[in-house]
Design a protein around this ligand. Structure first.
Ligand SMILES: [Zn+2]
Length: 638
């Protein structure tokens, strides 16, 4: 756009704004705003990516920290990769990486860590743009719940030298000699001593992996359209064209398929195929995917596997050493596009990240599927509560990050304020029971699955006489127990080895590295409360002959909680859209649910009478002593 056109647009928008104020042409205003916000995604070069990350760090210091890995690693034996014609120290490529999490929450060291590499091959340009714009998206929408449970490490360019020169390999200077190395053949797995950790990129990644504790990873590539996962190496072939599956195949498959679904299918953009790398791409030696998945456990299973893990020439034992926790990642490789450099007109527009419709681009759809992927690493309940005028609490929840929830329980606790232990974190059902929660309702027949969008139930609990009491509510489910089964076709034929599956199968799972932790994800538990009714002064004394129920409705202490369960559907993900109580257009909105709740309040005549009687009882049985729940319920009302 030239300057004149830009000026005209600014003027038009200015007057549009002005008119809105007087004419209330809200729709026009929104349309104009959408045009402004829905900007086309522009291609970013090497320096623009570096600058964007440092700019984001300046703007959002509580949520992002940016590091220069070469400086941090500070290893003299590292080859020198230059990002300009000159070979002065300031022209060394910046291997910047960013950590995005909620630093102000002290629990962030327990958040699920995931790793993303924009490129290994410098001429495959979609990935660096996906990760840079994704960082911007997460940070500019701080109400996404992804920040409250994720620890995201982004290396936008694992090969900045190749990216700045549009070449596949990393060409770096070592001992006065130029070497060009394919970074994704440079990991110590299924390769030889002379062919591993010779590139800066691979060594930087090793350094980052030893520092953190990753549950999962994605590396972006280009040249075809596919989502692949281990095995992807020559030592895991059954025949020339058929590969072996790994012990974590069930999980790899489930998340891979989901990414393909979230990525979608559009007129000019095909749906992602998904399979093991050996079958869908081809087997290679020295790949990051198999190394990051298996290096912490495979050689321990069988000494004969040790030959797949060479020492690397010129690399110290200390640098090579990885713990039994370091490399157990569910690592995916995404071949983003058939063209390695598809042109920025195919990247998409900003608002297409949230949408699953036409106009989609290669960058936007990969941001969306990556956000959903991150969300799936940390099962959680999204909860919305709403209090109406007549002391009714509406509580709605949706399970997120599970593909199947089972064994759901609703638990309730009454206590007095002094003994209330709200804000406890619970990891097991027994802890809840020990802390005074009682199982109020079990949904043993309820098996929430992805895509089961409309499967929800509702539950009304009416608490009788909660004076001087506080109510806590907890929700409990098991998450993805189906993923933990051993696959008898896997090679080696052993239990799943990834942190992802092990943390969902073992309720006391814990892994640690450098002060970072992975805890059990077998159950998802959310406790809410305390809920307290405060309007004591209007309480009606017994014997004052108060019979007007319409008046007493506002005047006495009681609390009804209405619960509903919503299973999150395939294309609903609160990490992409906003929080649960203000969902995006593709979602079930709180408002819609609220209307349905409203219908639920039109109870059948008999129940209405019962409720009125209960209300009367509350007014006059103030000194009843025992706090028994008076429960009325309506199943499947929503
Ligand atoms: Zn590639």
């Amino acid at each position: 756009m030239n300057i004149q056109a830009t000026l005209s647009l600014v003027l038009i928008l200015y007057f549009a704004n002005h008119i809105i104020a007087s004419d209330k042409d809200v729709q026009q205003y929104l349309d104009e705003q959408e045009k402004i916000n829905n900007f086309p995604i522009k291609h970013l070069g090497y320096q623009q990516i570096v600058d964007t990350f440092y700019q984001l760090e300046k703007e959002y210091p509580h949520y992002i920290k940016v590091y220069d890995a070469v400086q941090q690693f500070n290893n003299e034996t590292l080859p020198k990769a230059y990002c300009s014609e000159n070979q002065s120290p300031q022209d060394l490529c910046k291997f910047i990486y960013a950590v995005i999490t909620n630093y102000s929450d002290p629990k962030h060291v327990n958040f699920t860590q995931s790793f993303f590499s924009g490129n290994f091959h410098g001429d495959e340009v979609v990935g660096p743009n996906v990760l840079t714009y994704m960082a911007k998206y997460i940070l500019e929408k701080p109400d996404l719940n992804i920040l409250s449970k994720s620890f995201i490490v982004i290396l936008p360019m694992s090969n900045p030298q190749g990216y700045s020169n549009n070449n596949r390999e990393e060409c770096s200077l070592k001992n006065g000699k130029y070497n060009c190395i394919d970074i994704n053949r440079d990991f110590p797995y299924d390769t030889s001593e002379r062919e591993c950790f010779q590139s800066v990129g691979a060594r930087i990644i090793n350094f980052i992996w030893k520092k953190y504790l990753f549950t999962a990873a994605i590396t972006f590539h280009g040249g075809m359209t596919a989502i692949g996962w281990p095995w992807g190496s020559t030592n895991h072939m059954i025949s020339r064209s058929k590969g072996e599956i790994s012990p974590d195949q069930n999980a790899f498959y489930t998340l891979g398929k989901r990414m393909s679904e979230i990525g979608g299918q559009y007129p000019n953009i095909p749906k992602y195929g998904y399979d093991i790398l050996n079958d869908i791409v081809y087997p290679v030696k020295g790949s990051f995917e198999d190394w990051s998945y298996a290096a912490s456990w495979e050689r321990q299973i069988d000494p004969s596997f040790s030959s797949f893990f060479p020492k690397c020439q010129g690399i110290s034992e200390e640098e090579l050493y990885i713990s039994e926790s370091t490399a157990r990642s569910l690592t995916y490789l995404i071949e983003t596009t058939d063209l390695k450099s598809p042109g920025e007109h195919t990247y998409g527009t900003w608002q297409q990240i949230q949408r699953n419709d036409k106009g989609q681009g290669h960058v936007t759809r990969n941001i969306r599927l990556t956000l959903d992927f991150i969300n799936n690493l940390s099962p959680s309940y999204e909860v919305a509560t709403h209090k109406s005028a007549n002391y009714t609490f509406y509580v709605k929840w949706a399970a997120e990050g599970c593909h199947q929830v089972s064994n759901t329980k609703l638990l309730v606790r009454e206590s007095d304020l002094q003994s209330n232990t709200a804000n406890n974190t619970y990891y097991s059902l027994q802890q809840l029971l020990d802390d005074g929660f009682k199982i109020y309702q079990e949904y043993t027949d309820y098996q929430g699955k992805v895509k089961d969008i409309t499967s929800f139930k509702s539950q009304i609990i009416e608490f009788d006489d909660p004076r001087d009491r506080v109510i806590d509510i907890a929700i409990f489910s098991e998450c993805d127990s189906f993923l933990t089964e051993k696959n008898s076709y896997a090679k080696p034929t052993i239990e799943p080895q990834s942190h992802f599956v092990r943390s969902r199968s073992n309720d006391s799972y814990i892994a640690e590295n450098n002060g970072f932790f992975i805890n059990s994800n077998k159950y998802i538990i959310k406790s809410l409360g305390p809920f307290q009714v405060s309007n004591y002064s209007l309480y009606t004394e017994p014997g004052t002959n108060q019979t007007d129920t319409s008046q007493s409705k506002n005047d006495y202490d009681y609390l009804i909680a209405l619960f509903s369960i919503i299973t999150v559907g395939a294309l609903i993900s609160y990490c992409i859209y906003k929080k649960f109580d203000s969902l995006g257009a593709n979602n079930i909105s709180f408002q819609e649910l609220h209307n349905e709740d409203h219908q639920l309040q039109q109870l059948p005549k008999s129940q209405q009478q019962q409720q009125q009687q209960n209300q009367q009882k509350k007014v006059y049985n103030r000194d009843g002593g025992v706090n028994q729940y008076q429960l009325s319920q309506e199943e499947d009302g929503l």
